[in-house]
Write a protein that binds this ligand. Structure first.
Ligand SMILES: *[C@@H]1O[C@H](CO)[C@@H](O)[C@H](O)[C@H]1NC(C)=O
Length: 262
């Protein structure tokens, strides 16, 4: 989450391998325990060092949804999910770490050749052992196939991403409230880059957005997981909305991979 600062145009996911899209807020901790319980922090082991990498959303005791760009090309044994967390530097009693048994990247995922933007940016993680739901750990509901959110509907995006463009990721979970943007307006703000499986959310004036490190995290509209943080240009810049993978497009795909709705 971040507040707008510079006008440099950087796609979040080009900032660094582990820092992809981001979100912005006025450093408000969510205080929303329900939301905290449905997000995971995805850690990655790179050269023996285990580091915070991305966010993800719990959709069943066995499954987490994240962005394809967070996991593509890597073996599942690189990843660990941490559920029930709020402040990653101060483990709560609710916090659990679980390995990832299998990474399934959407067959439709690719990097757009000219812009290196991730298209159909979604991946399903099967956990090595099931999560126990209860205090601090729960699943978010999936929309039905093609049950997209309405334009202007307010959604909550959460993550441990940077609070400003170019800033470090944070240890405390943040959340930002953003409205869904009309698809044509979205396409106009990123000419030729918006696929039908993407959607924009945010404010024309910027200020509230995802940011580096928020990639893979949930965008929840009402009770439904409607988006996955995917990419953006800078963080919280005017007319450069956050771009999210449309989860409703992939509902049937998720179900084909043994997801059982909760
Ligand atoms: C990280 O991966 C290496 C192999 O690449 C392994 O030897 C090491 O035990 C792993 N570290 C952790 C903390 O999982």
């Amino acid at each position: 989450m971040a507040e707008s600062a510079s006008s440099r145009v950087h796609f979040w996911l080009l900032v660094g391998l582990s820092f992809l899209l981001g979100a912005v807020s006025h450093t408000t901790a969510t205080g929303d325990d329900l939301l905290d319980s449905k997000i995971v922090a995805l850690y990655m082991n790179v050269s023996g060092e285990v580091k915070f990498h991305c966010g993800g959303a719990i959709i069943s005791p066995h499954h987490v949804l994240t962005a394809a760009h967070c996991v593509t090309g890597w073996h599942s044994d690189r990843f660990t999910v941490v559920a029930g967390a709020h402040d990653l530097s101060l483990p709560e009693t609710t916090q659990v770490s679980i390995g990832v048994a299998e990474v399934t990247v959407s067959e439709l995922f690719y990097w757009e050749p000219d812009s290196a933007i991730p298209v159909n940016d979604i991946a399903l993680l099967r956990l090595a052992s099931p999560l126990s739901f209860g205090e601090g750990v729960d699943a978010v509901h999936m929309p039905d196939q093609d049950q997209d959110p309405a334009v202007a509907e307010h959604c909550v995006v959460s993550g441990w991403g940077a609070l400003e463009e170019g800033g470090p990721v944070t240890s405390v979970l943040h959340a930002v409230d953003v409205p869904v943007i009309d698809q044509l307006y979205c396409e106009n703000s990123y000419p030729y880059l918006i696929a039908p499986t993407m959607m924009c959310a945010g404010y024309p004036t910027g200020h509230h957005d995802a940011c580096a490190g928020d990639s893979g995290g949930p965008m929840v509209c009402g009770e439904l997981l409607q988006g996955i943080v995917s990419w953006g240009s800078g963080c919280a810049e005017p007319l450069k909305f956050g771009v999210y993978t449309r989860v409703a497009f992939f509902r049937d795909w998720v179900e084909k991979h043994n997801y059982i709705p909760v």
